[in-house]
Design a protein around this ligand. Structure first.
Ligand SMILES: C[S@@+](CC[C@H](N)C(=O)[O-])C[C@H]1O[C@@H](n2cnc3c(N)ncnc32)[C@H](O)[C@@H]1O
Length: 422
């Protein structure tokens, strides 16, 4: 008998649990008298006045679990359906949960100074990083020992998840007027408010009246997809200490099954080196990066942006060349030999520009192109490498990895059939 239950909004591998159930949507009417599991407070709901272009949303409610993440707590602002889809992740943490050393007690980071002791791979400090003040950047995260390429540096669990309806893309559309009341309730109910309120803000002076939750989320949150497929913002206080670099040494990986966000090293990191991620899509040339970064209200002074003009221009040219090559590779008029040459050039640029975290995506595209050319053996090799990198930098149970595994099986079957008929 399998104890595992599959719920309608489950991801590929639901975490097996004896206590597993399929949570039903609850709101302020259905959940008024009690606090239905895993929520420790009755849902607080409002009907937002959304722009007509927006999908129909009857209610947005605040759902809180005070016990989540070693009693740091989580507040979710979502529709009853999305909250139900998130409930299992909140209620059934994966077995590795307590083993994660970087969740300090009460969810706070150990923010001690980077001392000589720390840099010597000190066993007493289980964390491979510390949080310190970085001139011109506020706080930042610095390695306290050698971190190997592909190592998971830190994993963080969300303090808040907020439906994107409260963060319309079009600036002039304006957020729904109900936003601040929902934000306030979500903040008040958090057990560890300090973990949230300590985070960087970027709109305090420029835009008076912006609610602290809106400001903190806009400055620090990641875009995530909930198990029922809704776009939301996830606020991960530990990961939020990572500053931006255009040539970062870490990459954020979101795993839907436990809602975790991890920072994975894209290359070896030396003790004392700052650990950085890119806030904007990797691989963009300077002007695109700078306009995308304007949302955070800082001028990027990372090593790439402050490198000599000639080096920066060379990097921009390589990044633009990647796009050109990609289109040429897909041109129907491109001959196979040219395709092979273009692939080599592309791979070389990816190495020089240190875009390891994008290899999964790039090689998946190569797989398709070589398959269309009838070179199934090469397609299989690219699919294998794509999956290896995707499992490092993307959700191993997510759609990207699952799709690649399916492609691999098809390609293997095809090759087997071809060999049998030879
Ligand atoms: C997600 S927070 C990063 C952590 C933040 N430094 C702190 O003290 O908590 C984003 C904010 O950090 C600062 N920041 C991040 N990367 C930076 C960079 N490369 N240069 C200058 N400031 C940066 C900006 O103020 C930005 O709005």
């Amino acid at each position: 008998i399998s104890l595992q239950t599959q719920c309608p909004s489950d991801f590929i591998s639901p975490s097996p649990s004896r206590h597993r159930s399929c949570p039903v949507p609850v709101d302020d009417e259905t959940g008024h008298d009690s606090s239905p599991r895993p929520w420790t407070h009755p849902p607080y709901c409002l009907t937002p006045h959304l722009p007509t272009s927006s999908a129909a949303v009857d209610k947005l409610c605040v759902y809180t679990s005070s016990s989540y993440n070693d009693n740091s707590g989580i507040s979710i602002i979502a529709t009853p359906e999305t909250a139900a889809a998130l409930a299992n992740a909140v209620q059934n943490p994966l077995p590795a949960w307590h083993a994660r050393q970087h969740i300090a007690r009460r969810g706070r980071l150990q923010s001690h100074e980077l001392s000589r002791k720390d840099t010597k791979n000190d066993k007493a400090s289980p964390l491979p990083y510390t949080v310190i003040t970085i001139p011109g950047k506020g706080q930042g995260v610095v390695a306290t020992r050698h971190i190997a390429q592909f190592e998971t540096i830190l994993t963080s669990f969300p303090a808040m998840v907020v439906d994107n309806e409260l963060f319309p893309v079009e600036e002039d559309e304006g957020p729904p007027a109900e936003g601040p009341r929902l934000f306030q309730r979500a903040l008040e109910r958090l057990s560890d408010r300090e973990r949230f309120e300590d985070l960087a803000r970027s709109r305090r002076e420029a835009e008076h009246g912006v609610h602290i939750v809106e400001d903190v989320i806009r400055t620090n949150a990641f875009g995530i997809t909930t198990p029922d497929g809704k776009e939301a913002k996830g606020l991960y206080p530990e990961i939020a200490r990572l500053n931006h670099a255009c040539d970062p040494n870490a990459y954020p990986r979101f795993t839907k099954a436990d809602l975790a966000m991890s920072a994975v090293a894209t290359r070896d990191i030396l003790p004392g080196e700052e650990i950085t991620i890119s806030y904007v899509p990797l691989g963009m040339p300077t002007p695109y990066r700078h306009s995308s970064l304007s949302n955070w209200g800082f001028t990027c002074t990372c090593s790439l942006c402050t490198s000599p003009t000639s080096a920066r221009q060379a990097s921009d040219a390589r990044r633009e060349r990647l796009v050109e090559i990609f289109f040429s590779m897909r041109e129907p008029s491109t001959h196979y030999d040219t395709l092979v040459e273009l692939t080599k050039e592309f791979v070389e640029i990816v190495k020089v520009e240190r875009l390891e975290a994008k290899v999964g995506e790039y090689y998946q595209a190569f797989m398709k192109i070589y398959y269309e050319f009838g070179d199934v053996e090469s397609a299989l090799r690219y699919a294998q490498t794509a999956l290896r990198y995707a499992e490092l930098f993307a959700d191993p149970d997510g759609g990207f990895c699952t799709g690649l595994r399916g492609d691999l099986r098809l390609l293997e079957a095809l090759i087997k059939k071809q060999r049998e008929s030879e």
